[in-house]
Design a protein around this ligand. Structure first.
Ligand SMILES: Nc1ncnc2c1ncn2[C@@H]1O[C@H](COP(=O)(O)OP(=O)(O)O)[C@@H](O)[C@H]1O
Ligand SMILES: [Mg+2]
Length: 262
């Protein structure tokens, strides 16, 4: 890296290393005010590494979804700063933020959100069609093959299993080659077999397509597909784990449960 480019990146991303696909510095998010004020995130620092699969875990209400929504620019922060790649998103105007989300971020939600009247391939390319962009055919083919959907492209959502529908949703997120994909409980609506299908695909998209993925989950098995797990409790990142297994994650989660009163 040249000195010049270091200087440019330093000025654009003074808080976090630009090697990160996303970064948060001292991010606080509060809902409500006065007696009903809830601090969902409390001075969170986090770096999401490029080309890695990161899981966010923690008890219900610990701030997982809030952290994901703030990192993805779906929600504003009360204090602190967020970057997607080299671009600081805190302070962007709505229009710029919408464009950045469209161009750099892919989303997968618990509900697949496929359009029933379109076939799988049409669903995959829909966001790009709306944006007036042409999918790179070689990339699209690679995505479709990695998802294992090559022989299902003409099928409509109702003709696909839940796991296949979610794989279409993942392929849709990947098609535009986003800088980062965020998933909030993407396997939450799936049985364990379909969930494993989707998680295996997410893993392959990291290993084979160098995709960056951040996934919120409460399922230790799902988290075990990740490279790294961040543990949230009461809006604070209290721990992290590299190379997680379902057992090691479950063990860590039990320590939260023991402390909970509800
Ligand atoms: N829109 C909102 N208005 C008020 N409080 C909220 C809102 N969204 C989340 N919260 C609160 O913020 C905290 C964190 O919520 P959330 O991020 O959804 O947790 P998780 O995803 O870990 O279950 C909880 O106490 C929740 O009740
Ligand atoms: Mg949540």
């Amino acid at each position: 890296m040249t000195t010049a480019s270091t200087a440019v990146q330093a000025s654009e991303n003074p808080g976090g290393p630009s090697a990160s696909a996303a970064a948060a510095r001292q991010v606080t998010k509060a809902y409500g005010s006065g007696e009903t004020r809830v601090t969902a995130l409390d001075a969170v620092d986090v770096d999401i590494q490029r080309g890695r699969f990161t899981a966010i875990m923690g008890p219900s209400g610990s701030g997982k979804s809030t952290l994901m929504h703030c990192l993805a620019g779906l929600d504003t922060v009360s204090e602190g700063r967020i970057w997607i790649g080299d671009t600081e998103i805190t302070g962007l105007r709505d229009k710029q933020l919408t464009r950045l989300r469209r161009d750099k971020i892919g989303f997968i939600f618990q509900a697949f959100n496929l359009l029933p009247t379109l076939n799988a391939l049409e669903n995959i390319t829909l966001p790009m069609d709306i944006a007036g962009r042409k999918a790179d055919p070689a990339w699209l083919q690679q995505v479709v093959e990695t998802v294992g959907l090559a022989d299902r492209l003409k099928h409509r959502p109702t003709q696909l299993s839940g796991g296949q529908q979610q794989r279409v949703a993942v392929a849709r997120a990947l098609a535009a080659r986003p800088e980062i994909i965020f998933g909030d409980e993407p396997t939450g609506n799936l049985d364990s077999r379909s969930g494993a299908e989707v998680l295996t695909f997410l893993r392959r998209s990291v290993d084979e397509l160098a995709q960056t993925i951040v996934m919120v989950t409460h399922d230790p098995v799902a988290a075990s597909y990740a490279d790294r797990v961040l543990f949230l409790a009461d809006g604070v990142i209290v721990d992290e784990m590299h190379g997680p297994t379902a057992d090691s994650v479950l063990e860590r989660m039990r320590r939260f449960d023991g402390k909970r009163t509800s």
